[in-house]
Design a protein around this ligand. Structure first.
Ligand SMILES: [Zn+2]
Length: 258
């Protein structure tokens, strides 16, 4: 294990945005996905400065888009449509119970090239329960997601990305995730889309927060109608303001349990 090359595998594929846009059929003005970075728990066990000391190695004006709590009928399809129209690849953190109820939507996200990680089964605050019980809840979620995505009920995730519901973690749980090779995602900026607001208010709020920060992991919820409504305008505005999107994928051969 010690001899394995350990690195934050940053696939430095600085593909020009224009090249991505050119391959985005039907939308020459698409935002596109500028580059992809690979992450693994050994070198980047936790990312997102709202919760942790460090985040992904993003350049100025680079954003990673993430969506939590789906898949959800009515809103997730709109989110996927908007991302597809702009050739943007994002990361979805599924709730197991929603993946079990809507497996076709989970598989659609996967088929359209997004990263699909895990967010527990039913969204409890995991830091408020014994570690074993919390881990059972995490595993139940992973198993439901894997079943929906790949037809196999297993607790070794194909994409070892996890986000704690409500960011409610603790030392022992974070250690367990590291031991299991799961990268824990926090966030750098969010839209507060769990609060009621109009799509236009949400758009202005998230843009102002992004402008203040300049880069980072953006947290949105694909279960929220206001987010689904504002997303097309949000993506257009990001392009207009010179932002680019980075897609995060697991490092090849992340080697958990295989
Ligand atoms: Zn959540």
């Amino acid at each position: 294990m010690m001899t394995r090359v350990v690195f934050l595998s940053v696939a430095i594929a600085f593909a020009p945005v224009t090249a991505t846009a050119a391959s985005c059929r039907g939308n020459p003005d698409a935002l596109g996905t500028a580059r992809t970075i690979e992450v693994e728990a050994k070198s980047t066990p936790r990312v997102g400065r709202k919760q942790f000391p460090s985040t992904l190695p993003l350049q100025a004006k680079e954003l990673v888009l993430t969506f939590d709590d789906g898949p959800w009928p009515g809103t997730t399809p709109k989110i996927l449509d908007a991302l597809k129209n702009e050739c943007v690849r994002a990361t979805f953190f599924l709730l197991g119970r929603n993946a079990a109820a809507n497996p076709q939507l989970a598989r659609r996200a996967l088929a359209e090239g997004h990263s699909v990680g895990h967010h527990s089964y039913s969204h409890p605050l995991l830091d408020h329960m014994p570690v074993a019980k919390a881990e059972a809840e995490i595993d139940r979620g992973i198993a439901a997601d894997e079943m929906a995505l790949y037809g196999e009920r297993r607790t070794t995730p194909t994409t070892p990305f996890f986000r704690f519901p409500g960011f409610a973690s603790n030392g022992p749980l974070l250690n367990r995730m590291s031991e299991r090779g799961l990268v824990v995602f926090g966030a750098d900026v969010w839209a507060s889309d769990w609060e009621r607001m109009t799509p236009d208010q949400e758009l202005h709020l998230i843009l102002s927060r992004i402008e203040r920060l300049g880069r980072g992991i953006v947290l949105l919820h694909d279960t929220k109608a206001q987010t689904a409504q504002m997303l097309p305008a949000f993506l257009r505005e990001l392009r207009r303001r010179g932002y680019t999107v980075v897609h995060v994928i697991p490092a090849k051969g992340h080697g958990i349990g295989r």
